[in-house]
Design a protein around this ligand. Structure first.
Ligand SMILES: Cc1cc2nc3c(=O)[nH]c(=O)nc-3n(C[C@H](O)[C@H](O)[C@H](O)COP(=O)(O)OP(=O)(O)OC[C@H]3O[C@@H](n4cnc5c(N)ncnc54)[C@H](O)[C@@H]3O)c2cc1C
Length: 474
């Protein structure tokens, strides 16, 4: 007879979404069973942190290349991928400390290794050994990378998002198929190490982002030397003497791009297979498990969070979902997910980061709003860093409540954090304009933009009369 467990909550999958849900619910006193079929940490530990380490190394390479402009000259003589892999492993193993079995046990999470599968509306089996009849379930099984069906790909050595750190040498010419945000990050990183890079995509890269900001980012990548070709489909790939040939098609016909290495940016497919979703009457499709705004599935006892609901893959969105699901599960009140509160980040340099309402949506929705801007060019730190391409755009309602922010430029992913808070809390832009930020930081870009909100008031007749009175009264 299998063992029967009856916790308050059963979480399936221990990536960032599942871990946060399990640990959050346990910290609030719920009895929690967490089932994971692979390694704790999911693709956050396996994938995202490798990219983070690669980007950090690329930043050093760019600093060396750009040193001459500061009077500091140096050269890159080699890139040691074995050392870089070791660094990435160290980063992942330190992060893994937060996802250890002992830590879970300490929080009271009952962790079970194995693949979970619904066998009924209220019951999950892990192999033949354990059945779990929980009050509520959270599915957090993430996504799997699949490769586009390209003729010839099977016969040609290629890298993917997951294996890029397996490189042994800097590619002479890397051809990237797929202009996803992640593909661009990897493309730029390898270009910084000295590789020629060509990125081929069917659609314009960063199609869903603020077009003005996306253009700045893409122009900068091109200025750095990354070749971007959009509007092409891949007819086939072939092995060549010293690498690979990619045959691309567009309206004008076929062109062949010869490269030393090939990277295929993956399509991420929500993982809904072998979960017994039909047995639990949970509806799903190619885009993942269907949920309502409270993240509940068609089975009212079951919630689904993270990449498995087909959201744009990101660790912070997965964690946001976990917070919403835990509140709905434990407090039985309906907390709704607002996806706009999770920032979107393209982690290139310059980076692009966005949170809340964007300009295009605001215009289409005929919201009444004000758009405030400030450029990096007008910022001392950006000038000192010789990195002046970029700007911030802030949207407020007419009364000054912050609705959204988009930043393109150096460190945009770091700089978006206070705007995340401002949007989530509906902060008054005047509060941000009045905050004192350290001199000679990029953070001043946001404050200067915020301060422009006050200007029209001062130029209106009433504002001018007050200023005149103040001048007269000494
Ligand atoms: C190469 C790469 C780079 C990335 N870079 C970034 C980045 O820079 N920034 C960013 O925000 N995001 C990045 N991501 C995306 C990010 O890793 C994911 O969005 C995030 O991990 C999703 O979390 P999740 O918990 O929903 O799913 P996952 O992390 O995929 O975890 C799901 C877990 O469920 C387990 N599971 C599946 N089925 C079962 C089952 N039947 N029973 C038990 N367990 C099961 C899996 O083994 C897995 O551990 C990257 C991803 C990759 C692959």
């Amino acid at each position: 007879m299998p063992e029967l467990l009856k916790p308050n909550l059963c979480v399936i999958g221990a990536g960032p979404a599942g871990l946060d849900a399990a640990m959050g619910a346990a910290a609030l006193g719920a009895s929690v069973v967490l089932v994971e079929r692979g390694d704790l940490g999911g693709r956050w530990l396996a994938g995202s942190l490798a990219t983070t380490s690669l980007s950090a190394a690329a930043r050093r390479a760019r600093a060396i290349r750009e040193g001459a402009g500061f009077g500091v000259s140096a050269e890159i003589t080699s890139v040691d991928f074995a050392r870089l892999r070791e660094h990435a492993r160290t980063v992942a193993s330190i992060a893994a400390q937060n996802a250890r079995r002992e830590r879970l046990a300490g929080l009271g999470v009952h962790y079970i290794e194995g693949a979970a599968r619904f066998t009924g509306r209220r019951i999950v089996a892990v192999g033949d050994a354990v059945n779990i009849r929980a009050k509520r379930f959270v599915i957090a099984t993430g996504a799997v990378s699949t490769l586009p069906p390209i003729p010839g790909l099977d016969a040609v050595p290629h890298l993917t998002d997951d294996t890029v750190l397996d490189l042994r040498e800097v590619p002479r010419h890397l051809v990237v198929i797929g202009s996803t945000a992640h593909g661009l990050v990897v493309a730029q990183a390898l270009h910084s190490f000295g590789s020629a890079v060509t990125v081929l995509g069917e659609v314009e890269p960063l199609a869903g982002e603020d077009p003005e900001c996306a253009r700045i980012l893409l122009e900068q990548l091109e200025r750095q030397g990354v070749v971007l070709q959009s509007g092409v489909t891949i007819a086939r790939v072939e092995a060549a003497d010293k690498g690979v040939r990619v045959v691309a098609k567009d309206a004008k016909g076929e062109t062949t791009i010869a490269g030393s290495h090939l990277l295929v940016a993956a399509i991420w497919q929500p993982l809904t297979e072998r979960l017994g979703l039909e047995a639990a009457r949970i509806k799903f499709g190619n885009q993942g498990i269907f949920v309502d705004t409270s993240l509940r599935t068609s089975n009212r006892r079951v919630y689904a969070i993270g990449d498995v609901i087909g959201a744009r893959p990101s660790v912070h969105a997965a964690r946001q979902h976990a917070g919403v699901a835990v509140r709905n599960v434990l407090f039985r009140k309906t907390v709704r997910l607002d996806p706009a509160l999770a920032p979107r980040v393209v982690a290139t340099e310059p980076a692009l980061a966005h949170v809340g309402l964007d300009e295009e949506t605001a215009r289409q929705g005929r919201h009444r709003f004000r758009l405030l801007r400030w450029t990096y060019r007008e910022n001392d730190r950006a000038q000192a860093e010789r990195d002046i391409r970029g700007h911030i755009k802030i949207l407020t309602d007419p009364g000054g409540r912050v609705l959204g922010a988009t930043i393109v430029g150096r460190d945009a992913a770091e700089l978006i954090a206070p705007w995340s808070l401002a949007v989530a809390q509906g902060l008054d832009i005047r509060a941000i304009a009045g905050a004192v930020v350290p001199f000679s930081t990029l953070a001043e870009v946001g404050n200067r933009a915020a301060a422009t909100y006050l200007k029209p008031g001062l130029t209106r007749p009433l504002g001018q009369r007050i200023m005149a009175w103040l001048r007269r009264s000494g």
